[in-house]
Design a protein around this ligand. Structure first.
Ligand SMILES: Cc1ncc(COP(=O)(O)O)c(C=O)c1O
Length: 434
């Protein structure tokens, strides 16, 4: 669609700003990502990975070793998952049930999945979410009112930040995993809650998706002895991957009971879409009757609910999926460290590799890696991280092999050598093998 220029004067006679057309600014400022849209479409942004979801997929007509999918347990293409998905789609289609859960969109399958998720998480009840992102935003919105205070980790995912934005009361942020500072924020929050008669909600993540480190849940839960608050944990990356049974980071750190509201998504370990919140009976009942994103939106289609149930059953009955994941995680992370790479503080499958370089160097490096070594991984640069830092983010899965790991470490050592010797500087063009 062509956006027509507007015909208004920007200033009136007395120099007051006059209104503009809403689209004017979209033309001038396309945003930090949109500004690169022309050069990066289809390659760095919106790439198309084709073929069966696995460790090897096709990018621009050529097979690549893929390290960028959150298919942690390899369930995306598990034969039992594929056959359940196909038969559920055949039996129910994607329309059933029509409407929001509360109105006409409920079913026995939805309720059974909720009971099973709650039992798996060691909670009394759970509520399904038609999307994880909206679900958690809306849960935050639903749980607090203007008298309450939110205290949250500075590296929280965008869905938490958006949920906090909806909050009409006070909020305090603490630097990532800084428990001393969290105590300070809790002291401030307690003062305010005492004035307003409100309460405190602390929000953090189980696994932080960029750095891979875990939220310090044990220390946060310990603070409940000193302060009165409820704890919401977004365990999108921890559900299915962390803890003895895969119940997540609460289980891993032995503090599942201290998590008052547990959020998990189906979009990562379950390789699907949707999510859930598990908590006490009364909290879930309150969410069910007050959470706007679920009351005013269509419920998860039955075929997806049946698919999610199958995935949960496999996740519980096949511990070898998680064992395979961790075999690859351990080999990749120790191999990278032994080869001299900096992988930061990760305590989860998320594997960031930190390098130093400019954005043109990062661009050349990723092209070389993708075209000449056939490795597809994501790259994070400024403004997401400080200038001069390049993060190559690898997501190991249960369907990767030790050969994939060795090949990747070898290729990374080569590109690292090239980066250090200046071969990726902006004036050099990396030759691409045919
Ligand atoms: C930490 C975290 N929370 C929430 C979400 C949103 O989940 P969904 O993709 O199910 O909407 C994501 C997904 O990227 C995530 O990484």
């Amino acid at each position: 669609m062509k956006i027509l220029p507007t015909f208004r004067f920007k200033f009136s006679n007395n120099n007051h700003l006059l209104m503009t057309d809403l689209f004017d600014k979209l033309l001038k400022n396309r945003g930090p990502l949109g500004m690169h849209s022309k050069e990066s479409y289809g390659y760095f942004m919106f790439p198309k990975l084709e073929g069966e979801i696995s460790n090897r997929m096709v990018f621009r007509g050529k097979e690549k070793l893929v390290w960028s999918l959150n298919n942690y347990l390899g369930l995306a293409n598990h034969p039992e998952v594929r056959s359940t998905d196909a038969s559920a789609a055949g039996e129910f289609g994607f329309a059933l049930p029509m409407g929001a859960r509360m109105m006409s969109g409920n079913s026995d399958n939805h309720e059974k999945l909720e009971r099973d998720l709650a039992a798996f998480e060691g909670k009394e009840a759970s509520i399904l979410l038609n999307y994880g992102y909206q679900g958690i935003m809306s849960a935050i919105d639903c749980l607090v009112d203007r008298h309450d205070v939110i205290v949250y980790d500075s590296e929280s995912h965008a869905c938490i930040i958006d949920g906090v934005r909806l909050h009409m009361g006070k909020r305090f942020v603490y630097p990532h995993n800084d428990i001393e500072n969290l105590e300070k924020q809790l002291t401030r929050a307690t003062r305010i809650a005492n004035e307003t008669g409100g309460a405190i909600l602390v929000i953090t993540e189980g696994v932080f998706g960029m750095s891979g480190d875990q939220g310090k849940l044990r220390e946060i839960v310990e603070l409940k002895k000193k302060f009165s608050f409820r704890l919401l944990v977004d365990d999108a990356h921890g559900f299915g991957t962390m803890g003895k049974t895969g119940a997540g980071v609460g289980e891993e750190q032995g503090v599942q009971d201290g998590i008052d509201i547990y959020f998990g998504t189906f979009a990562k370990s379950m390789a699907m879409i949707g999510g859930f919140i598990a908590s006490d009976d009364q909290v879930v009942d309150y969410l069910r009757h007050n959470m706007r994103s679920q009351i005013f939106a269509k419920s998860l289609p039955m075929a997806l609910v049946v698919g999610a149930q199958k995935r949960l059953d496999l996740l519980k009955s096949k511990p070898e999926l998680k064992d395979n994941l961790w075999k690859i995680v351990n080999a990749l992370q120790s191999g990278l460290k032994n080869a001299g790479f900096e992988i930061g503080k990760t305590q989860s499958p998320v594997t960031p590799v930190y390098l130093n370089g400019t954005i043109p160097e990062a661009t050349n490096l990723i092209i070389d890696l993708r075209e000449n070594y056939d490795i597809f991984c994501s790259m994070v640069v400024y403004p997401v991280v400080p200038k001069g830092i390049i993060i190559l983010r690898l997501i190991p899965t249960a369907v990767h092999t030790l050969e994939d790991v060795n090949y990747t470490i070898d290729a990374f050592s080569k590109i690292y050598g090239k980066l250090k010797s200046g071969q990726y500087q902006a004036d050099r063009i990396i030759p691409v093998a045919n």
